[in-house]
Design a protein around this ligand. Structure first.
Ligand SMILES: Cc1cc2nc3c(=O)[nH]c(=O)nc-3n(C[C@H](O)[C@H](O)[C@H](O)COP(=O)(O)O)c2cc1C
Length: 197
């Protein structure tokens, strides 16, 4: 497990080797072993491949186009649109995309009381633990992965297309790696840990 933590990388180039349904199921099984706030298990996973993936990519690209031209949800993030387009190209190469939904989530446009906000934060922390478990389980199997939040550049379009209860949180691309990147630099431990006694 420690070696999976150290060897995991974000993979952005995939071979076209398919991933077996058993491997994807095993990976999701690892996801649902994550801890969750009050054991609410607020996660739901939607596995996309084949023609569904082609359709989804079209919807994603239309969403980015809308975000670029009018009615932007993220008007202050226009400088990240080029990277979002690159993410969609990466997703096109990956044989499997898993969308991760917060089944208990409220719309990002809803105003929340502090209590609702904390409930939301706890559920999203639980879902993030589940995503990380999946990335590590994939690494262990020699399968590459990319955690994706550029979905927010086509948020309404993807939510409509997914037609699922709850709130879309992230996507994960899975595939056999066609690159072996070096580790990205990390902050030094002494700069980020404060020891108190
Ligand atoms: C919440 C989250 C969202 C991310 N979204 C994207 C994304 O949309 N596109 C992308 O190419 N990488 C995305 N990444 C990958 C990060 O860029 C990557 O984890 C970071 O650069 C560190 O590299 P490493 O994962 O290889 O250690 C995301 C990672 C996280 C944790």
């Amino acid at each position: 497990m420690i070696s999976a933590i150290y060897n995991r990388r974000s993979i952005r180039k995939f071979t076209d080797q398919p991933i077996s349904q058993k491997d994807i199921t095993d990976i999701i099984q690892s996801g649902i072993k994550a801890p969750s706030s009050k054991n609410r298990q607020p996660w739901k996973y939607i596995v996309i491949q084949g023609n569904a993936k082609k359709e989804m990519l079209q919807v994603f690209r239309l969403g980015i186009e809308r975000e670029e031209n009018d009615n932007a949800l993220l008007p202050l993030s226009k400088q990240h649109i080029a990277a979002a387009k690159h993410t969609v190209d990466i997703m096109a190469e990956a044989p499997i995309i898993v969308f991760v939904v917060n089944s208990m989530g409220k719309s990002i446009l809803t105003e929340l009381t502090p209590e609702e906000h904390i409930y939301e934060i706890c559920n999203i922390q639980s879902i993030s633990a589940s995503i990380q478990n999946m990335l590590l389980a994939a690494t262990e199997k020699g399968i590459g992965s990319l955690w994706i939040c550029d979905i927010y550049f086509a948020y309404s379009e993807l939510c409509k297309w997914l037609d699922s209860d709850g709130q879309l949180i992230a996507a994960i691309a899975f595939g056999y790696p066609n690159e072996f990147p070096k580790e990205k630099p990390r902050k030094k431990i002494e700069d980020i840990v404060e020891w108190r006694s």
